[in-house]
Design a protein around this ligand. Structure first.
Ligand code: SAH
Length: 489
């Protein structure tokens, strides 16, 4: 069947009741093949992935029926079997069906499975190759995939698979992958960059091996991070909805984007106190993207340098009257972590019981973060060590506000580092105080879960779970007197 469909001439190639599995390339329309363009322009039904660029979709005939079946990471709303069924049903109705896939259909595109389904249904089909992300990204970032001196082979891997169970997965021969003179290209690997790097380095790959993350490769928004592998772990974006490819190998050093040593970009010069509009926009982006996270990437870690940076951010927090009543206890003992998790769990059950009719709904809100996150920090208000000396009004409240500022700084810095942070406050403070051997007067205020996440929630989790909707700002700002809302915000 495959043979037959590939031998048809151009006229027959667009027969009715046929499925064209078309590679759309890595994004821009001018990276389509002429054959792909032809099939797209004559499509009656188009079933396309999420990553297809809007300028490619603009080429579809307006009357073509379109279905977006693309999966975002972690979203399995359209099952592969449903896609097979759609292909078969539309082709059986005699339509010219184009199955439009990002890159090349036969490279991590599940094109093979779709071919099997069409063969089983005895339908005609054709495969139109596309420029895969690896070709596109390599070309536009200036990274040769092979090279006579530097890379004698090139391996395409799925970072997604690698993430399964890194140490034991039979899918990867890490010892072979760690050998010199080859290029490794990880599709869907950027979110697992830390784990992939750890496996390669622990199997003998030098930590300064050139490596790159190419995000939105070949597109106008393309960004490239190219440096030694261990630096890359620290500086590349850990997670994002935008597609990114990880390339590891000596040839990355040939890229004009490559920097052999990486100076930390977060050095803050205290003399520079005016921000550009671009800097301001980034700052607001971080604020808007901050979430209270409850789901973390299991088995992940936070780089020591990154941890230091976010703690320093907390240290820069504004505080009332320069009092610094906050302390953080970093929990590293796994046994202690288990005990804290158990404290939180028992308080959660007690709260659920007290909630009555919403108790089941409440129990469904996940709090596994305490067990799963890479770093656990307990935030405390220290005993009054006379730093609030002389203050007559609201000393305790001001101490709490200062702790809140420190947590807020930590939280925003963590988000800027692409780390999630969740504030857990359901525990018996006295019991936690005992576990941590707190002195008299110290008060635990939160268990902060911090670490890499698979995805940041697009909206606050409690809103998404229909637990509670946030109030609009306009109802929260008054003018002159309580309740007098006049400001148009
Ligand atoms: N069949 C596709 C790959 C599908 S898997 C192909 O041949 O390219 C999806 C993954 O491809 C993404 O997670 C990302 O790793 C990679 N990818 C796709 N388009 C990309 C782009 N423009 N830039 C960087 N990576 C891309």
């Amino acid at each position: 069947m495959l043979q037959r469909s590939m031998e048809v001439d151009a006229g027959q190639a667009r027969a009715a009741g046929m499925v064209h599995i078309v590679g759309a390339g890595p994004g821009p329309a001018d990276l389509l093949t002429l054959r792909a363009l032809d099939r797209i322009q004559h499509a009656q039904v188009v079933i396309h992935d999420r990553l297809i660029g809007s300028d490619v979709l603009a080429l579809l005939p307006p009357e073509a029926e379109r279905f977006c079946v693309g999966k975002a990471r972690g979203d399995h709303s359209v099952q592969q079997s449903d896609i097979h069924q759609m292909l078969v049903e539309h082709a059986r109705r005699g339509r010219r069906v184009v199955r439009l896939k990002g890159g090349d259909p036969f490279i991590f595109g599940r094109g093979g499975e779709e071919v099997q389904a069409l063969q089983a249904a005895n339908l005609n089909f054709e495969i139109v190759p596309g420029i895969s992300a690896s070709n596109g990204c390599a070309a536009s970032a200036g990274i040769p995939l092979t090279h006579r001196d530097l890379a004698h082979s090139c391996t395409f891997l799925s970072g997604h698979l690698a993430a399964g169970d890194l140490e034991t997965s039979p899918h990867f021969d890490w010892t072979a992958l760690a050998r010199a003179n080859q290029t490794r290209v990880f599709y869907m690997g950027v979110a697992h960059l830390g784990s992939i790097a750890r496996m390669l380095i622990s199997h003998g790959l030098p930590a300064d091996t050139p490596a790159a993350v190419v995000q939105d490769g070949t597109r106008p928004a393309q960004q490239v991070w190219a440096m030694g592998l261990s630096d890359l772990v620290e500086h590349a974006p850990a997670y994002g909805p935008r597609p990114g490819l990880l390339i590891v190998g000596e040839t990355v050093a040939l890229s004009p984007h490559f920097r052999a040593t990486h100076s930390p970009p977060c050095h803050v010069d205290p003399d520079v106190n005016l921000f550009t509009a671009a800097e301001r926009n980034i700052f607001y982006r971080v604020l808007a993207a901050r979430r209270d996270m409850r789901h973390f990437t299991r088995g992940s870690q936070v780089d020591e340098h990154v941890l230091q940076r976010v703690l320093q951010a907390a240290h820069r927090a504004p505080s009332v009257g320069l009092m610094q009543p906050w302390r953080f206890i970093r929990v590293v003992d796994p046994g202690l972590r288990q005990k804290i998790a158990a404290l939180v769990e028992s308080e959660r059950i007690a709260t659920a019981t007290a909630l009555g009719n919403r108790s089941e709904e409440f129990m469904r809100l996940k709090i596994e973060g305490v067990r799963e996150c890479a770093e656990l920090l307990v935030v405390l208000r220290s005993p009054d060590d006379a730093t609030i000396f002389g203050r007559r009004t609201m000393p305790q409240e001001m101490a709490l506000c200062s702790v809140g500022c420190a947590v807020e700084n930590l939280w925003l810095a963590a988000r800027a580092e692409n780390l999630g942070l969740g504030w857990v406050s359901m525990f018996d403070p006295a019991a936690l105080g005992k576990l941590l051997e707190l002195p008299e007067g110290a008060v635990p205020l939160g268990v902060l879960c911090m670490g890499p996440v698979d995805r940041f929630y697009p909206t606050p989790m409690l809103e998404a779970e229909n637990w509670r909707q946030g109030q609009p700002l306009s109802g929260m700002i008054y003018t002159d007197k309580w309740g007098r809302a006049t400001l148009p915000v």
